[in-house]
Design a protein around this ligand. Structure first.
Ligand code: SF4
Length: 595
């Protein structure tokens, strides 16, 4: 044995620039590489995670490589075609979509509004990201005439979340769906999809659009087959339904055009086949008619309808895996290749595009899935459902999927479709919508902090300061869900103290730390360091509250918690604590004697 010790020096990984990390002496806020917010292919990485070895590189192409046939590249711009100055639209061309406006160099009021909401971006940067196809602003011109507040989905902006709702043939109705919409907006949903398959679909959709400030998406094939068999679907029915919904103000359509005849054989060895409703319906149509997917066949005509209103595509993943065992299989990836082709075709038509993604994916495969989409679909925003990273927790799939969603957003997804605790089990009710939204706000925000998007960590830091100061009011105010935070605090201790019920007064490390750092307080008379003071046992009322936790809503908990106030505070507004009875000099003296 020698006295030599091991070398314990270390190096931090290469650190990106995180302007939100300003405090000297703390760990850097983000280990992600610095973002490139630049026009054209130069900005293809925007905010990104460091690549694990062998991950697919970002595509060298952007929407500038897929211009409409009748636009001409001006002389001298061969090597620099990714600017509006380089392109001449045909005579009489009037831009309609945000993509077309970006291509002619306009910063629209919607782009300007996005820049206001994404304070790290300028209107020009938003325009350039839209022109490159890496960002969309789903804003139907009809919906803009109601209450829509424009937002953006893309890697240069903060990660967004979507909440699904909609009446089913067995549950819910229009009023309840509008209430759920407002509830989802209250809990941070950035977009809402109306997936109704029952009740009066038209009325429900109309009510949702007119009452929403967020973009609304639909899966139009659901309406196409109401009252008829999928086998009877025709080109006219498809185009008429799309026109009708676009005219109502829907902002984005999920269209499962990527499931091709050739792909169907690839699902035969799957554990759970095709789990997408749209995908399975179109597979049935193709088998029945022995013809190619009509959505794929009529893609250009569909684009023409959508362009008129500036409806964006959310190109559906009809072959997404429905279980871990089916993830990243040939069927899923063959469809993703087709989604890349459809993206290019839509861009040529001037239509904005995002791509839908899986589903159920083991944690280790999430990064590959995100980065493959970035390559095959040229950076078009990826909109993923979860993914769930395990299949054995029905009832808790907002958690299993929120873990996958955090990884997905960190590695490349731009929008996360929430999953509620009801997933696989039933139609979500109001509280399920709240639980799903909150789980996904956590995922999106955690990823944005990790990516080092400027300003995203500021509120975390402010809350940490309020927590360190034991400033409960500020603590609640900065919480995403102040009611629940306050109710949990108050259920045991409905008074403003410099500790909480989790550790109690004598064991509150934050309070002790405050004393040590600030020398602003001291110990109560008779305090003995070697004899911890045992907190009073819970009162009957407090026991009652704890027993009912999870059963009561926050308002009821508040009511019950107030019963405990008199026992804790003895009728005073604030519980007596050491900082109230010892001045600075006394505190310093006590500290010097005892520490
Ligand atoms: S009592 Fe415990 S949980 Fe509560 S503030 Fe103090 S250290 Fe934090």
């Amino acid at each position: 044995m020698t006295n030599q010790t091991s070398d314990r020096s270390y190096q931090l990984p290469p650190v990106g620039i995180n302007p939100s990390s300003t405090a000297a002496g703390t760990s850097p806020g983000s280990f992600a590489p610095a973002a490139d917010i630049l026009p054209g292919r130069a900005g293809r990485y925007t905010y990104r995670s460091p690549d694990t070895p062998a991950m697919p590189a970002a595509s060298e192409k952007t929407a500038w490589d897929f211009m409409p046939e009748d636009w001409t590249l001006r002389d001298g711009f061969d090597a620099n075609y990714e600017t509006h100055a380089a392109w001449q639209p045909p005579a009489g061309f009037e831009p309609i979509t945000q993509l077309e406006h970006a291509r002619v160099g306009t910063v629209t009021p919607e782009m300007q509004r996005v820049a206001e909401r994404e304070s790290h971006l300028t209107g020009e940067q938003v325009r350039d990201e839209v022109a490159a196809g890496r960002m969309i602003i789903p804003a139907n011109r009809v919906h803009l005439g109601y209450q829509l507040d424009p937002m953006a989905i893309g890697r240069a902006s903060k990660t967004k979340i979507n909440a699904n709702m909609g009446a089913s043939p067995v549950s819910s109705g229009t009023d309840e769906e509008v209430e759920k919409l407002q509830w989802a907006e209250r809990w941070g949903a950035d977009t809402v999809m109306d997936l109704s398959t029952g009740g009066n679909l038209d009325d429900c959709r109309e009510a949702i659009i007119k009452n929403s400030t967020v973009p609304i998406g639909t899966v139009p094939i659901y309406s196409m087959i109401i009252g008829r068999r999928i086998e009877d679907l025709t080109r006219e029915m498809i185009l008429d339904t799309l026109e009708h919904q676009a005219n109502q103000g829907v902002d984005y359509f999920t269209i499962h055009a990527g499931v091709l005849q050739d792909h169907l054989v690839l699902v035969k060895d799957r554990l759970i086949g095709i789990v997408s409703r749209g995908g399975s319906l179109l597979a049935k149509w193709m088998i029945h008619h022995n013809r190619q997917n009509p959505m794929y066949e009529y893609w250009e005509e569909i684009c023409d309808v959508m362009r008129k209103f500036d409806v964006s595509f959310s190109i559906g993943d009809g072959l997404r895996p429905g279980g871990l065992a089916d993830a990243t299989d040939r069927a899923q990836l063959a469809e993703l290749q087709t989604l890349g082709e459809l993206t290019e075709r839509a861009w040529r038509k001037g239509v904005q595009v995002m791509i839908e993604g899986p589903g159920h994916v083991p944690f280790d495969q999430v990064e590959f899935n995100m980065k493959l989409e970035r390559q095959l679909c040229h950076g078009a925003p990826f909109y993923v459902l979860g993914p769930l990273v395990t299949d054995i927790f029905p009832g808790y799939d907002h958690i299993t999927s929120c873990i996958g969603a955090t990884a997905a957003a960190y590695h490349g997804a731009s929008m996360l479709c929430y999953v509620t605790p009801k997933e696989h089990l039933g139609l979500p009710k109001k509280d399920d919508v709240k639980q799903g939204c909150i789980a996904y706000k956590i995922a999106a925000h955690s990823a944005d902090v990790a990516l080092g998007i400027p300003g995203t960590r500021d509120r975390d830091d402010e809350l940490t300061k309020a927590r360190a100061a034991l400033n409960w009011e500020k603590h609640f105010e900065l919480s995403f869900d102040p009611d629940t935070a306050r109710a949990f605090h108050d259920e045991d201790l409905d008074v403003d103290t410099d500790f909480c019920a989790m550790c109690g007064h004598d064991w509150c490390s934050v309070r002790i730390s405050k004393e040590i750092v600030e020398f602003a307080s001291g110990k109560a008379a008779g305090m003995q360091w070697d004899q911890a003071k045992v907190s009073a046992a819970l009162t009957i009322e407090q026991q009652e509250i704890l027993e009912k936790r999870g059963v009561l809503d926050p308002a009821e908990i508040h009511k019950l918690a107030s019963k405990t106030q008199s026992t804790m505070a003895d009728g005073e507004e604030k519980a007596s604590c050491h900082s109230d009875v010892a001045d600075d000099d006394q505190a310093r003296q006590l500290q010097a004697e005892n520490l």
